[in-house]
Write a protein of this length. Structure first.
Length: 221
């Protein structure tokens, strides 16, 4: 049974976000993940379509297992803070195409590091009832202190007095990523999995490869 429908106005979506935020669970993973799935999506505004990509990798080997893509009409407007209502329906469709259920989703976007504590990773994790976390390339909300230049350095990301994630430098001298728990995972676990999947790059392999597919495909939708 689905968590909710998607035919909502922006005002209804904000109200739903506030209700769903109370359902997010921050708990340790039950086991070391065997399959990590990276999630990213691309939008073609001219065609009014969105494509969601999910790419699964074995862990810790980081060998690709499978990939799924779903293309859907773009049905929700662009509203800051409501990205999940624009992207989640396509992700749910892509998830249904995976042959093996992942142990955790690594989402290109925010988790708790969201003004209403329900970023894309939280929403998707709740909807699919699966552990999830966000690895974002840019900051949506919050502040963090001085971050050492070494790889693996992190600093708490704080918004309105609450730690909602971390700024994480995955490679020496590179810009930090913003990691936050989504659902059924802890922040330290999300950080550790991000670092373990970076294989010498700034971006972790699951979302990096999904992002690469987005760039290759979105224009042709």
């Amino acid at each position: 049974m689905s968590l909710h429908g998607w035919s909502l106005s922006p005002a209804e979506a904000i109200s739903l976000q506030r209700r769903l935020a109370g359902s997010v669970v921050l708990s340790p993973l039950p086991k070391i993940p065997r399959i990590i799935t990276g999630c990213d999506c691309g939008i073609n505004l001219k065609a009014n379509k969105i494509a969601a990509f999910m790419i699964s990798f074995s862990f810790p080997e980081l060998e690709e297992i499978e990939r799924a893509v779903a293309v859907r009409p773009l049905e929700f407007p662009y509203v800051p803070g409501l990205l999940s209502f624009r992207e989640c329906p396509a992700y749910v469709s892509a998830f249904s195409l995976l042959r093996e259920r992942p142990d955790v989703l690594m989402v290109d976007g925010q988790g708790l590091a969201h003004p209403r504590r329900l970023g894309l990773a939280c929403h998707l994790g709740l909807y699919l009832d699966i552990p999830s976390f966000g690895v974002a390339k840019s900051l949506l909300c919050g502040e963090y202190g001085k971050l050492p230049e070494r790889d693996g350095a992190s600093a708490p990301l704080v918004h309105k007095g609450e730690t909602v994630g971390s700024a994480l430098r995955t490679r020496k001298g590179a810009k930090p990523l913003f990691v936050s728990a989504g659902n059924r995972i802890t922040l330290p676990e999300a950080e550790a999995l991000t670092i373990a999947c970076c294989d010498g790059h700034r971006l972790p392999l699951p979302t990096r490869r999904a992002d690469s597919l987005v760039r290759e495909t979105a224009r042709g939708l």
